[in-house]
Design a protein around this ligand. Sequence first.
Ligand code: ADP
Ligand code: ASP
Ligand code: MG
Length: 284
Amino acid sequence: MINYSALLDYVMWRNTKKMIKVVKFGGSSLASAAQFKKVGAIIRKEETRRYVVPSAPGKRFDGDIKVTDMLYECYRAAEKGEKIAGKIKKIQARYQEIIDGLGLDLKLDEQFAEIEKNFIAQAGSDYAASRGEFLNGIVMANYLGYTYIDSAEVICFDENGNFLADKTDEVLSERLKDLDNAVVPGFYGAKPDGSVKTFSRGGSDITGSIVAKAVHADIYENWTDVSGFLVTDPRIVKDPEVISTITYRELRELSYMGATVLHEDSIFPLRQEGIPIHVLNTNA
Ligand code: ADP
Ligand code: ASP
Ligand code: MG
């Protein structure tokens, strides 16, 4: 016998349940104030886009340098005992350009003073690289008016640097459960002693999928500079076709083989929960 009352309750719950999307934006999507404005418009267009995972500012043009690479380079200089004030200034200028272009009332002087001090104190190259996302998250949260969460508090690694999926899920879901909106920077977390640990390069995709799992998102949107997952890398073959639908398994295999549009480790948490991934183009 069908229990119509229970069925009706379920249908009502499905209809009123607020849909949740987790949206991750890659470096090219956040390379400048103009790109931030596109991203802001995308997020504001749908109130379901509640949790935002930003990367560090990427290349603004061919030949430009990603902030993450500037940070690695600056840290290498610090390790050699070279003066880094000029390099730090250049990195700060990347953020200042965005802040000014967005007309935000935000200063990052204190953060940069602390970063310079920690570089000189040899805080580690993971710490160094992670500051790209750490700072871009602050800018993004300020721009959107969303709560900022430092990923060092919610993305957990063990003392050997292995990612702790279950602990992270517990800590992160607890932290997000009463927040309508939040910005969680990509790419890094911390070990039990508080020292910063990053994922491998391109790892903001992983943070996005971990956040999607923690909030039981309906969809994980991965916003980048291509209109979907393509049959091949467009840097190698011109205008490849879009693969409209792909299984998690095929996607993981292709990512593993070098389709870098999605980090291979970002697929597992989504597959566990059956969360669909949409690869979308911020510029289209
Ligand atoms: P983001 O900064 O948004 O994370 P990435 O540079 O990491 O972007 O990934 C997007 C890039 O991945 C594309 O510009 C494209 O050159 C490359 N790419 C490689 N393989 C594929 C593929 N199969 N489909 C789409 N893009 C691909
Ligand atoms: N900013 C980091 C990198 O350049 C992480 C990422 O972009 O996903 O690798
Ligand atoms: Mg990427």
